[in-house]
Design a protein around this ligand. Sequence first.
Ligand SMILES: C[S@@+](CC[C@H](N)C(=O)[O-])C[C@H]1O[C@@H](n2cnc3c(N)ncnc32)[C@H](O)[C@@H]1O
Length: 448
Amino acid sequence: MRSKSSNDASVGRMTAHKRLITAHAEGSSAGVRLERLPTNTTTNNHPVHRWYNFIAGFSPEFVQACVSLQRPSASEHLHLLDPFAGCGTALVTARMMNLAATGYDPHPFFSIISEAKANSAQYWPDLKDICASIERGFDAPCPIADVLPEAAGAFLAKLFEPSALQALLGARIALEQDGLAPNALAVLVLSRVLDHSCRAATDGIYKAPTSKKRALLPAEALRRVLETLIGDQIEAVSGHIPAKVHRKSSEDMPEVATHSVDLVVTSPPYLNNFDFAEMTRMYLYFWGMAGTWSEITENVRGKLIVNTTTALKGHKDIQENYRSSLSPQLLPEVDAAVSALAEKRKTKAGKKEYDLLVYPYLSQMQNTLRECLRTMKTGAGFHMMVSDAALYGIHLPAPRWIAKMMISCGYGDVECHIVRQRGHRWVLDKREGSETGLGEYYVFGRAR
Ligand SMILES: C[S@@+](CC[C@H](N)C(=O)[O-])C[C@H]1O[C@@H](n2cnc3c(N)ncnc32)[C@H](O)[C@@H]1O
């Protein structure tokens, strides 16, 4: 395995990392700095992608560069797999480049957003009816207690003016009455209206009921959302190969045939306690995907890869099962990190069980890595962006661990390179784990 910093020149033949840099530099998005490839900072420049800009998403430019590495000619039809599809950056890019694409994500909200974006052509003819239905609903406000369980209603009441929330719920009911509620584009449109109508500021991740921003009236918000969508009409209906979005874990992908995938482009949850369920609480409650905190754990966290202490229910007692699934070559350094976290926990007032995240996270990641390899054709490339982390100041080099697991799973040409430094202030001020700060890494492997 090669592991180098981004400015290292390749030794001997060109590394995958060097090829990625070259493909990016020669591609249509050459103006975008390499450091932005793992981030969502270019998303708003891209039609359709910008309909829902996901804080944890990577850039369309990263996907474009990976595709151009794998596809010698533009006419060749390829099959792209994203086992952690999120809000669909890889799937949308694939559709626009005329690739077949398959994505997995058990998160009920993200999977519907990626379905709406990746298959927008299919839903586009419904847009007029969706708007009419939402507008009708705004005129028929719905009392909060009529639709939402108490906990969900109390949380949402902190985020919206009462009249706005009643109008928004009226729109949800109208969509249901008009048979448009399961329509992915309807969910995307009304969810974006929610964002604009919400009076709580977001720090980019969580809706914080205590911090305020200017909220648009729901009707005004709908106009703004439609303006963006209609501006992207050409791209929305382009591409004719429908993407397949599976709302389930990629640890098992029986829907994808063995040796059928030409490239994997993905970014998994990081081992950093970032809670994908909590960050979507507003949508989960509004759409009835969960009604209480414990339903969020049941219906969402419980289905995702364990990367947060709030997801540990059911995983604490089977740590040894997870541990024993890992390769003996990897265990010494992982064991050392787990012991250090357990020791540190004893000294911390919060006593977060970070030590219990590591084995389940790696073991579940390994399941997905194995499944990907099964589906990949010989020569297919696996391209991943993933970050390391520092919990309680203990450095967790997840990208390097993942690269090592890829080798033990049977991937060839495995490489791991830092692409972007991140989190310096956080690490240096409050943590003592990493001298250099954290980074986002490009991990590559090839099916042999
Ligand atoms: C870093 S995000 C991916 C973002 C994506 N690249 C984009 O641009 O939208 C990781 C995603 O993995 C999903 N995830 C977590 N556990 C999963 C699992 N077991 N199988 C598939 N996806 C999972 C999360 O819900 C989250 O959406």
